[in-house]
Design a protein around this ligand. Structure first.
Ligand code: F6P
Length: 510
């Protein structure tokens, strides 16, 4: 049943009205168990939800909402491989990419065997590239899900990256990006990975063509050795002239594809075992999501909290603050994950929704954000729930830096909650500002896998409750079509039939 038609939806609205004077400081006073009740462990991490605008009663109502909207059934349908991506008639099985070999029966046996066949080929290739000292530079050409995941993971796992290899990510059709990378490369030392699920994306195809032209102009020999394609469209890659290909399947959404062949740059960077550890960490989180009771199921609790904030307390954005500089691309990664998945205005049946869906997601690493936009989080007119991600153990020897970093992240969460009322006016902090605190013991391939799978599943949860299809992205199509038309007009100068503003802009850039 769609969430707004459930009996509990109205009960939540009423509950939210009485929540106007909820105060975190009071909540902690009234409930000495609050910190432990609203926090929990999940594979590879600990999450403290207690500094959020929620309480036991709210969680109970939200769990009823999950029941009445059939969340668990929807989750189970995903894990059975049913075509829950209904607008494209596809299954949603990125989780299968991290499923151990031979662990499933029935109709998923064959796809799982294919997953492991491709994984083994890809990991063998990754090891071959790692052992090839002539290849010093790996250039991933891809955009969106074919860029953000591998880029984020290679950065996050920089301590595990093989010395002597450099990784570059070219996504934008803006030639400045490709030109800046190529200028420092030698054809004989470079491996280009052309990453595109569809192998039709204009940005990626344009960059790939220019990279191939550069390679040939530099006297590059042996395209089969210096270009590989990561795609579901092996035919198009062959037509392009690339014979080294690693495939995946239409049931892997672009923004969920870093576990597939799209993860090849990560596998080259951290090695076959590292990549397997990444998959294993994500799989542990899959199992938690599948089997933990809903009231202690972390993706479920986070996803329901997202719904509570968006639909009942009116918070329209969420900020992400990773307190680890290697996690600096995590906000960009999560932006696509959340906003491309849940930025939908119709339900699964195409009916317009009378309630809000995806929040705006944004953020920067701490402590940098503290000296930029945290002012607004502390004293602005809007309440923005903040999600801190911290890592207990550093991999460097600068202990004093890490102590300061961790002191800051705890202090920020505390300051947002406690506020400061002994001075008025400009120096007054209202406090009572919500935050979630996610703590990893250490940043490893496995813990990163778990962290990302957690985020995937929490997006699934809110999307399922909202009754939307989180696995299509029709909203990106219109701009692509119009860009083709405008491109032709830039070449011809024809502005006929254009709106006056676009026509004038076109005249000015010609
Ligand atoms: O335009 C959006 C999108 O389709 C994303 O969903 C996807 O991750 C990205 O483009 C790249 O697509 P592809 O991997 O097919 O090049």
């Amino acid at each position: 049943m769609r969430c707004d038609h459930t009996p509990i939806w109205t009960a939540l609205q009423t509950h939210a009205q009485g929540f106007g004077d909820f105060d975190l400081r009071e909540a902690f006073k009234f409930d000495v168990q609050r910190a432990s009740r609203l926090s929990q462990s999940a594979p590879y991490l600990f999450a403290d939800l207690s500094k959020n605008h929620t309480d036991e009663a709210t969680e109970a109502l939200l769990l009823t909402l999950a029941e009445q909207t059939g969340l668990a059934e929807h989750r189970d349908a995903m894990f059975r491989g049913e075509p829950i991506n209904n607008t494209e008639g596809r299954g949603v099985m990125h989780w299968l990419l991290r499923q151990p070999a031979g662990s499933l029966q029935g109709k998923l046996t064959a796809p799982l065997a294919q997953v492991h066949e491709t994984l083994n080929a890809m990991l063998a290739y990754a090891e071959q590239v790692r052992a090839d000292d002539a290849i010093t530079d790996v250039v991933n050409i891809g955009i969106g899900g074919s860029d953000l995941g591998p880029q984020m993971a290679v950065l996050a796992l920089q301590d595990f990256v093989l010395p002597g290899k450099r990784f570059h990510f070219v996504s934008n059709v803006d030639g400045h990006e490709l030109a800046a990378v190529l200028k420092n490369l030698k054809a004989q030392n470079t491996l280009f990975l052309i990453a595109s699920k569809t192998f039709t994306t204009i940005e990626t195809m344009t960059n790939a063509r220019s990279a191939l032209a550069w390679f040939n102009a530099q006297g590059g020999q042996d395209v089969a050795r210096h270009f590989a394609a990561l795609t579901t469209n092996v035919e198009a890659a062959a037509q392009f002239g690339i014979s080294t290909t690693f495939g995946f399947w239409d049931w892997v959404g672009g923004r969920y594809s870093m576990w597939s062949a799209i993860g090849l740059p990560v596998a080259i960077a951290i090695g076959a075992q590292g990549f397997k550890d990444l998959l294993a960490g994500a799989h542990d989180m899959d199992q938690h999501f599948q089997s933990a009771p809903l009231d202690s199921n972390l993706p479920v609790r986070l996803g329901l909290l997202d719904v509570w904030y968006r639909n009942f307390l009116g918070y329209t954005s969420r900020s992400i603050a990773p307190y680890h500089s290697a996690l600096r691309r995590v906000p960009a990664y999560l932006q696509q994950l959340e906003m491309e998945s849940n930025g939908k205005r119709v339900d699964r049946n195409g009916q317009a929704l009378p309630y809000g869906t995806s929040p705006v997601l944004w953020g920067e690493p701490g402590t940098n954000g503290q000296h930029a936009y945290f002012q607004m989080l502390h004293q602005g007119t809007d309440v923005v729930p903040l999600e801190f991600i911290a890592v207990k153990k550093p991999t460097h020897a600068l202990a004093d830096h890490h102590e300061l970093l961790l002191a800051n992240v705890i202090a920020q969460a505390q300051a947002l909650m406690l506020g400061k009322s002994d001075e008025g006016g400009h120096k007054h902090f209202t406090g009572n500002r919500p935050s979630t605190f996610v703590l990893l013991d250490e940043l490893t391939p496995a813990s990163l896998g778990a962290l990302i799978a957690l985020q995937e599943h929490r997006v699934f949860v809110s999307g399922a409750v909202w009754g939307i299809n989180s696995f299509d992205q029709w909203g990106v199509e219109l701009g692509k079509v119009l860009a083709k038309d405008i491109h032709a007009r830039i070449l011809s100068g024809d502005v006929s039939g254009l709106d006056a503003s676009s026509a004038e802009l076109l005249r000015r850039i010609r």
